[in-house]
Design a protein around this ligand. Structure first.
Ligand SMILES: [Zn+2]
Ligand SMILES: [Zn+2]
Length: 293
């Protein structure tokens, strides 16, 4: 990969100022090119190098970008006398338009280069390497400075703006810097606690489920999330969300055990359930709302 790959921070900063703004561009400068690049969530976690094919304008080798083999071939346009524009009269109006004979350039090539038909540039297929930094998120843009269309002689090349598209993952979702995974657990594991295996992009890890874990509890494995692109050493976590899964259908044995559990639950409601039942009866009493039963 040639020089000129700015850090992602520069890329963001320059894009924040408005895309495609780079002070003092002129007509000879090459155009910026935009493209999308799809990567996996795991690629975005580790970072990845990708080769991408693109078509861009480059200076014509046959005429060295001049559009013709010899300088003496460049003639002043006789239609516009080198001004590049012509005045046309139509009735009372005078309209200034780009000279149709020279296309506004003011010069004519008697023998244009056959390779580029006098344009000085040809369209070529190139492969460039893109370094996607670890931590990049869906929709972020990277700027590859100078990898866009080459300019006319004296002009600067444009940039390539790569928009990263991160594909959805079967197991994980991203939230900020955190990586989220839902872990289905049985009633007994939630109540008694235990060790379960969880996937991470660094391999399989053991997760300790503490006793008396309610569904929806987020259990963190520190540092197994995405790195912060703007703050070195700062990473998100792997957030394992405890989910409950009740067997369906219930086996007779399971049902028997759970029925004895149900008796205990009825005799000893949990603190939040108690609060809820109190609030429910207050709500029902208010304005004469009747309980359903
Ligand atoms: Zn002309
Ligand atoms: Zn040429």
């Amino acid at each position: 990969m040639p020089s000129g790959f700015e850090s992602i921070f520069d890329a963001f900063d320059s894009l924040l100022g408005g895309p495609f703004q780079r002070g003092g561009r002129d007509a000879r400068d090459g155009a910026h090119l935009g493209l999308r690049l799809g990567i996996t969530l795991e690629d975005s976690y580790h970072g990845v190098k990708k080769r991408i094919a693109l078509k861009r304008h480059e200076g014509c080798a046959a005429c060295k970008g001049q559009g013709t083999k010899s300088k003496s071939d460049v003639r002043r346009c006789s239609t516009c006398h080198g001004h590049g524009e012509v005045v046309q009269s139509s009735g009372f109006f005078q309209v200034v338009t780009a000279c149709p004979a020279c296309g506004g350039k003011g010069t004519i090539l008697a023998h244009p280069c056959p390779d580029c038909r006098g344009d000085g540039r040809v369209r070529v297929q190139r492969e460039i390497e893109v370094s996607i930094p670890a931590g990049v998120a869906d929709g972020m843009q990277l700027r590859l400075t100078g990898e866009g269309d080459h300019g006319a002689p004296g002009g600067r090349p444009g940039d390539v703006i790569v928009e990263v598209e991160v594909a959805a993952h079967d197991l994980f979702a991203r939230h900020g810097l955190d990586l989220l995974v839902g872990v289905p657990l049985g009633v007994a594991t939630l109540a008694l606690g235990g060790e379960v295996e969880v996937p991470t992009f660094e391999g399989i890890r053991e997760l300790t489920i503490p006793p008396a874990t309610s569904p929806g509890t987020a259990l963190r494995l520190a540092g197994l999330g995405f790195p912060n692109l703007r703050a070195r050493g700062v990473r998100g976590d792997l957030v394992c969300v405890a989910r409950i899964e009740v067997p369906r259908p219930l086996s007779p044995a399971y049902e028997r055990e759970v029925r004895s559990l149900a008796e205990i639950e009825a005799r000893h409601p949990t603190p939040r359930r108690k609060e809820y039942l109190a609030a429910l009866s207050a709500f029902a009493a208010e304005a004469g709302r009747k309980p359903v039963s």
